[in-house]
Design a binder for this molecule. Structure first.
Ligand code: BDR
Ligand code: CA
Length: 341
């Protein structure tokens, strides 16, 4: 097993090698995981990995407003649970808007419903009426092992959980978040979508003392599914493969129109795949802060230069993803879809 290598980012200083701090599940000891999401095409693929892989014990799913409004992300997540054949999975809806700001959605990426492109099965899941924060607290309190959280949207629900349940924070082993970036943005030049929507929530989560991983655009823009991979999904011959191929063909439209790319970036799935495959993602240790001002709203400021951290008296509060084995990721995703009907 070789340590994953950083990809060359357009930076003049090479990243120092770093040992990941996120736990990895094994078949013998699966990681207890809660996914908080806003499906979202890539959220759906992330949930698929979590259900498919024996290294993860998915305890529940919570939803947040982000890619679409809360009723839509909740319904979409429930449809994904139906597709994956887990109708008893606990699920709850959380925040219908960011902590401070008005909601900004991404219909221009995922379509008006948040999950356009395929006819999905009827919603399923065991609905926890008391809401997302209560479901997270209930599952964490009941778990004999510390639990990992994988937020795949704006961090609103996770920030609310942290504020409401300080007594449970020692039972959170790690937070693996898809969001932010060292370099570019995808909403503005400065900010990635999940970071842009609720930057105040980032500050609460990343200063909570819980070990975090930030899986940002620097890496997720390399986590690609193009025509060849979509054809492989279709050729699986199962219902899940057919539906995911249709979903990704829709998702590809934004990537073509915005970037002239002939593939789509499956952002959220990287944050979950990182928890099952230790050879997939390279990280640096860094101090992460979110910019709250208007011009650079949601920019994640990632300081990974050790001497500067020492000068600033600042400890690294996160692992930040800086490299990915892209072909390995595509295979992991396709293999996960292959396990379903
Ligand atoms: C993130 O924004 C959403 O559109 C995706 O689901 C992903 O979580 C990528 O910037
Ligand atoms: Ca998402």
């Amino acid at each position: 097993m070789s340590a994953p290598k950083p990809n060359p980012l357009p930076l003049s200083t090479p990243f120092p090698p770093a040992v990941r701090r996120a736990p990895v599940g094994t078949r013998e000891k699966p990681l207890p995981l809660i996914i908080d999401c806003d499906p979202g095409h890539d959220d759906a693929m992330a949930i698929t990995i979590a259900v498919a892989r024996p290294e993860i014990n998915l305890l529940g799913v919570t939803t947040v407003a982000g890619n679409a409004t809360l009723p839509r992300t909740f319904e979409n997540a429930r449809r994904v649970l139906a597709l994956l054949g887990v109708p008893d999975m606990p699920i709850a809806a959380g925040a219908d808007r960011p902590l401070v700001r008005p909601l900004f959605t991404a219909a221009y990426v995922h379509g008006e419903s948040g999950l356009e492109g395929a006819e999905m099965p009827a919603p399923a899941g065991r609905v926890h009426e008391a809401g997302a924060v209560d479901l997270i607290a209930t599952l964490v309190a009941a778990s004999p092992e510390p639990v990992v959280l994988a937020p795949l949207g704006p961090l609103t629900n996770i920030a609310q959980f942290i504020t409401a349940h300080p007594e449970l924070l020692s039972k959170i082993a790690h937070i693996s978040w898809m969001g932010g970036a060292i370099g570019e943005g995808n909403v503005t030049a400065a900010a990635e979508f999940n970071a842009y929507v609720d930057p105040e929530a980032i500050q609460i989560v990343f200063s909570s003392g819980i070990p975090c991983t930030m899986v940002g655009l620097d890496v997720t823009h390399l986590a690609r599914m193009g025509d060849a991979e979509v054809a492989r999904l279709e050729q699986l011959g199962n219902r899940a493969g057919k539906i995911f191929a249709e979903l990704l063909r829709y998702f590809a439209i934004f990537h073509r129109d915005r970037y002239n790319w002939n593939f789509c970036a499956i952002h959220d799935a990287v944050a979950v795949a990182h928890l099952v495959d230790p050879d997939l993602v390279a990280v640096v240790h860094a101090a992460v802060d979110a910019e709250l001002g208007d011009l650079q709203r949601g920019r994640t400021v990632v300081d990974w230069l050790e001497p500067r951290l020492v000068e600033r008296g600042r400890l690294a509060n996160a692992d930040v993803a800086v490299g990915i084995d892209a072909p390995r990721f595509a295979n992991l995703l396709i293999d996960a879809v292959a396990t379903f009907d």
